[in-house]
Design a protein around this ligand. Structure first.
Ligand SMILES: Cc1cc2nc3c(=O)[nH]c(=O)nc-3n(C[C@H](O)[C@H](O)[C@H](O)COP(=O)(O)OP(=O)(O)OC[C@H]3O[C@@H](n4cnc5c(N)ncnc54)[C@H](O)[C@@H]3O)c2cc1C
Length: 420
């Protein structure tokens, strides 16, 4: 009997792994991708929507049309996975049996976990650009904002693209300068971390940029609630669990993230946040040998980013083929992440790192490549070109010439002032 691969999620990781596997495996291996809707959103583009730099509808393409011929697409929500019977239960009652399961259902925003962030109590001054409708609404709110306190707040880690909230701050600085009202706006970045970013060298560079642009940095702030709207003297404000307050006139929130809802309903599948325990090097889940995990759904210590998902794809698909052939898995994933950080004024930084090596200055991927940890127009062009690469190279499962899954070490150097 032919083998059945079921891939849950038709976003970045599900699409690129389905396409790669279709090219690698015999035609008699069935590949089915399941997703609950047909709209594939290019999420990195959401950052640009509030500033009028991208039209939201230009970020969306048909999900099934990104899949190569010979891949079956099921438009259904996943209700639960029975890891003991190797079955996926879909909304509406259908059951999909599998021999091998790839989980690619990403991360979900959980605003309801923070008091004041969801439901009827949510203030009209509170927004997010982390999903399509939110980014669109924020574009209207920013255009109407003529001055006051704008706060960008990360509720808790882990989040998708941990640099995106910083990019929002830098672009807001640019945007208000372009409008000639920067002096009337105070910008504050609020984070639960003890620095602007998780890794020391990059954290120093990013904190320097925040200071240079006059953006206040509030660290170790664990948001407990968003309060206000009652016209009292205190006004609208973020309140931390230890009682600190940050007042605002417009809040751009990055809500708590968790795994897909079906994970909680699937006995033995996920951790307490709904992410899947996964071997960080082979990308095989630690819950069952015939379950592999790609992208934001994996509980592994690297960034939740499309670039990571792309690098994982190369290793994951090779290991799926090895598993089906009864061969030993390759512990090949090194945690490689590569992120452009838009800094405004048509410039961007680039950071490149993995499990063991923090983002360092130098060049990527080699001596004549893009500058690392330094603002440049070239990096900005790289960031804007990425949408094309996403649809035409990454999703179809092709390799980017000169860019491998393993992090390059050449042309990087450790600055003398590093903490290590
Ligand atoms: C604002 C923003 C900016 C970003 N910027 C960058 C960037 O500059 N660079 C970068 O590398 N990354 C960036 N990212 C992160 C990047 O988009 C994600 O890391 C990447 O898409 C992860 O891929 P994934 O396949 O794990 O999840 P996704 O692409 O999110 O796909 C998950 C899929 O699972 C489906 N799904 C979930 N639950 C169910 C269910 N129950 N039933 C059926 N289907 C389900 C969803 O519909 C979705 O299609 C950004 C993200 C955001 C939000």
């Amino acid at each position: 009997m032919s083998e059945r691969i079921v891939i849950l999620g038709g976003g970045t990781g599900g699409t690129l792994s389905a396409n790669r596997l279709r090219g690698m495996l015999d035609d008699d291996v069935e590949i089915t991708v399941v997703d609950h809707d047909d709209d594939h959103v290019y999420q990195p583009g959401l950052l640009f929507v509030p500033f009028g730099l991208a039209r939201p509808e230009s970020l969306v393409r048909s999900r099934p049309r990104q899949l190569h011929a010979g891949i079956d697409y099921r438009r259904r929500g996943v209700e639960r996975v029975d890891i003991n019977k190797d079955q996926v239960h879909l909304e509406g009652g259908a059951v999909l049996p599998y021999d091998l399961l790839v989980i690619a259902t990403g991360a979900r925003l959980l605003p309801e976990e923070t008091e004041g962030l969801a439901g009827p109590g949510r203030l009209p001054t509170v927004h997010t650009f982390y999903e399509y409708e939110g980014a669109e609404a924020l574009a209207g709110a920013l255009a109407a904002f003529d001055g006051g306190r704008l706060v960008v707040d990360v509720v808790d880690m882990p989040i998708k693209c941990p640099v995106a909230p910083l990019e929002f701050c830098f672009l807001a600085d640019w945007y208000f300068r372009e409008r000639g009202i920067r002096d009337a706006v105070s910008l504050t970045f609020v984070t639960p971390l003890d620095a602007a970013f998780t890794k020391p060298v990059a954290a120093r560079a990013l904190a320097g940029l925040l200071a240079e642009k006059g953006i206040e940095l509030v660290t170790e702030f664990n948001t407990g609630s968003v309060e206000g709207g009652d016209g009292d003297d205190a006004g609208d404000r973020l309140v931390s669990f230890d009682g600190r307050e940050v007042p605002f006139d417009l809040a751009v929130m990055v809500p708590l993230h968790g795994g897909a809802a079906y994970v909680d309903a699937s006995a033995g599948l996920g951790d307490e946040l709904g992410f899947i325990p996964t071997d960080p090097h082979t990308l095989q889940s630690t819950v069952r040998p015939n379950i592999f995990v790609i992208g934001d759904a994996a509980a592994i210590p690297t960034s939740k980013a499309g670039s990571v998902t792309h690098f994982e794809g190369e290793i994951l698909t090779r290991n799926v083929a090895r598993f089906l052939a009864g061969e030993e898995l390759e512990p090949g994933f090194d945690g490689h992440a590569n992120c452009f950080i838009e800094t405004g004024f048509h410039k961007a930084l680039l950071i490149d790192f993995n499990y063991d090596t923090e983002p360092l200055p130098g060049r990527f991927p080699a001596g004549v490549g893009l500058p690392l940890l330094r603002e440049s127009r070239l990096n900005h062009l790289g960031k804007r070109m990425f949408a094309w690469l996403y649809w035409h190279i990454l999703l179809p499962g092709r390799d980017i010439p000169g860019v491998a899954a393993a992090m390059p070490h050449a042309s990087k150097h450790v600055p003398a002032t590093t903490d290590h």
